[in-house]
Ligand binder design. Structure first.
Ligand code: PMP
Length: 385
């Protein structure tokens, strides 16, 4: 009966990473595969206290249906704390930033429209765009992020995309941050050629040391996607998008048909957490742990694999994007899983490029000791090949 499925559903592919994660949950496995935040760092006690208070003090309100755009007090808080948001009308609370991507794809893309992405790119985004009928036009990236020169050349040659999608800080999977000069030029191009720039920024708070991102200036062609998944807990499923009112109005209409609104209880919990005294020190601890784990992973890679591996040390986030010259990392995966370490082969993120010798390693979930053990296992798996 699957012939009853719509054309769109029949052509939809499943994310290679979500499938892989099932294997990565075997006992004893150290997973460098998923971008799962470390559960040891979830502020469980603090959130339990808040949840109890929110329900006891304000239960009759937060258990009721809410506004599609999201609770007004949370949107006001976002406007007060985010330079890119000028008014609550420019903010829509979404069920994770992933829903923001889906909604934006739905309201911006007609089947056959071009959308610019990086190669490699975050799978959840390319999946959302493809399901709306968008055709990805992918450009290479380097340590400074998307190759904006290459985008400009394509625009000069006639490319007219609906939007350019970007993970501006600590990109998934490459870990790269878009250089300020490239970003400035990209917005000039957006003004000239009339496309939107989607800045999907869930890792911006996870900077290490002096790599704090600059505040985003408001720009009429910009849409910002933010998330509490990496700084509080992904299970809350709270994110938001900030964009011009013509766009947020369309997003709101689309969201009405998807889920009426994002959980009002979760929104109330998140607002109280963002305002809590413990939140800034919690962020500081997360950043310190991020630095410690990045260093542990990079050190282990240097020590155990030396010349065999090449990678750039990211300034934050969760991921090291590495190349093992001459190794097909999809073939490496089986012996690696056998030895108890999981990673994502680079090809999973490729759009047009051949990235078969790359792999994405996440330091997010494992402890520093586990990270170094995982790299020893990876080195042993390489020897098995
Ligand atoms: N964008 C990027 C770049 C991501 O890496 C992720 C999660 N891995 C998301 C969006 C979705 O995050 P969420 O829906 O939990 O906010």
């Amino acid at each position: 009966m699957s012939s009853l499925l719509s054309r769109q559903a029949r052509s939809a592919t499943t994310s290679a990473i979500r499938d892989l994660l099932e294997h990565a949950q075997r006992p004893g496995m150290i997973s460098l595969a998923g971008g799962l935040p470390d559960p040891a760092r979830f502020p469980v006690e603090e959130l339990a206290t808040i949840a109890e208070r929110v329900l006891r003090d304000d239960g009759r309100r937060v258990l009721q249906y809410g506004l599609t755009a999201g609770e007004r007090d949370l949107r006001d808080h976002i406007v007060a704390t985010t330079a890119a948001a000028a008014s609550a009308e420019e903010v829509v609370i979404t069920t994770g930033s992933q829903q923001g991507l889906r909604l934006l794809a739905h309201v911006l893309i007609d089947p056959g429209d071009r959308v610019v992405v990086a190669d490699p790119e975050y799978l959840g985004a390319t999946q959302a765009f493809a399901q709306a009928g968008g055709l990805p036009v992918a450009f290479p990236t380097d340590a400074d992020g998307l190759d904006v020169d290459a985008v400009e050349t394509a625009l000069t040659d006639g490319l007219r995309p609906k939007f350019v999608y970007l993970v501006p800080h600590f990109h998934n999977p490459t870990g790269a941050t878009l250089a300020a000069e490239r970003r400035r030029r990209l917005f000039e191009l957006a003004d000239r050629y009339g496309f939107m720039v989607l800045l999907d920024d869930p890792y911006r708070e996870l900077y290490i040391g002096a790599n704090a991102p600059d505040e985003d200036d408001p720009h009429p062609m910009a849409v910002h996607l933010r998330s509490t998944s990496k700084v509080l807990a992904p299970g809350l499923r709270i994110g938001w998008l900030i964009g011009p009112a013509w766009l947020t109005t369309a997003v709101e209409r689309s969201k009405q048909a998807v889920d009426l609104h994002t959980s009002t209880v979760a929104q109330a919990i998140v607002l109280a957490a963002l305002r809590a005294d413990w939140f800034p020190p919690h962020l500081d601890e997360l950043r310190a742990a991020t630095g410690e784990k990045r260093d542990a992973l990079c050190r282990a890679l240097d020590d155990a694999l030396g010349e065999r591996i090449s990678f750039t040390r990211p300034g934050g986030g969760m991921f090291v994007w590495a190349a093992l010259e001459g190794v097909d990392t999809t073939t490496l995966l089986a012996p690696a899983l056998e030895r108890g370490v999981a990673f994502v082969p680079g090809g999973a993120f490729a759009i047009h490029r051949d990235l078969a010798d790359h792999l994405r390693l996440s330091w997010a979930t494992a402890s520093p000791d586990e990270l170094s053990e995982a790299v020893s296992r990876l080195a042993a798996a390489l020897d098995d090949l």
